[in-house]
Design a protein. Structure first.
Length: 305
């Protein structure tokens, strides 16, 4: 019957003469009367059997594909857990694997059932292109987030400085990085900005160098002030003995001699040591002959007779 219907020509959408219509009607009646019902029945049975086989194969591939996909995701999950991959990237990779696996299973089943999978692939590609163009900025942030999570220039708890802000990292998301500033403001920075900009990470090293610059007047005894500054620094137990603290003249400015002191401390003690020793310099150095100058400007007034 299928072959018979395929051989039957569709009528042309136009008004035909009665003679032509009667001739075509007679031809159709003749084909129906000469139809071999046994042949039609055999073809129908063959079609149903072949369709049933394809459905069984499709269902087998569906359940087998899901089983393989679950096993693959379990392996990926164990590998990512063993490598201590960031949780956000961990979930994203598992989700991406699942989506890609389901698409492959779907296209395989479509091909087995006899449909043209090329049209489905073209449709998916067109949809992906349209979504990508509409969400270009979001996708850039997403790509930046993936790069950050893979390369790990910083992690949660690090104190970083970017082109836009500085603070402690409290969360790394796929589209943005969340910082808490020192005054507890919450800043959301797009990952594309961070991944393509300069990032200073103050937490990667276990130690940091403190640096103080003190201005004293010209004529003050530098050697005495230098020894006093070294004594104040070494008095603090949080200052590391190696590398040794040092004091040097940094510059001869217009109104003062600028003396710089350097000392290494543990990273977590940086600000406490810096603030503590700054206060001691201010209180104790005047007792050792240091005078803190301030900018002066001499104004000469000339009167004309």
């Amino acid at each position: 019957m299928l072959r018979f219907l395929q051989n039957e020509q569709l009528p042309i959408p136009a008004v035909l003469p009665d003679s032509v219509q009667k001739a075509r009607f007679a031809e159709s009646v003749e084909k129906l009367t000469s139809l071999d019902l046994s042949q039609v029945w055999d073809e129908m049975v063959e079609w149903f059997i072949w369709t049933a086989i394809k459905l069984v194969i499709a269902l087998t591939i569906f359940y087998l594909g899901r089983w393989i996909l679950r096993r693959l995701m379990a392996v990926i999950d164990r590998v990512l857990t063993a490598r201590d991959v960031e949780q956000s990237l961990h979930k994203f990779l598992l989700t991406a694997t699942k989506v890609v696996g389901l698409v492959v299973i779907f296209l395989t089943i479509v091909s087995i059932l006899g449909f043209d999978s090329t049209s489905f692939v073209a449709m998916l590609a067109s949809a992906g292109l349209a979504i990508g163009m509409a969400l270009s900025g979001t996708l850039q942030n997403f790509a930046g987030g993936v790069m950050i999570l893979v390369q790990r220039p910083y992690k949660i708890g690090d104190f970083i400085e970017t082109d836009l802000a500085s603070g402690t990292v409290v969360d790394i998301r796929l589209f943005s990085t969340v910082l808490h500033t020192t005054d507890k403001k919450t800043i959301y920075i797009p990952n594309n900005t961070i991944s393509t900009g300069v990032v200073i990470n103050y937490s990667t090293s276990t130690t940091r160098r403190c640096s103080w610059k003190v201005s004293v007047s010209y004529g003050d005894n530098y050697d005495t002030i230098r020894e006093s500054m070294l004594e104040i620094i070494r008095r603090d137990e949080r200052v590391l003995a190696t590398p040794e603290p040092c004091v040097r003249i940094d510059a001869l400015a217009d109104s003062a001699v600028i003396i710089e002191a350097r000392a290494w401390v543990e990273n977590e003690d940086f600000w406490d040591v810096y603030d503590s020793i700054t206060e001691r310099f201010y209180k104790e150095l005047p007792e050792h002959g240091a005078n803190f100058p301030f900018p002066q400007l001499d104004v000469n007034i000339k009167r004309e007779n």
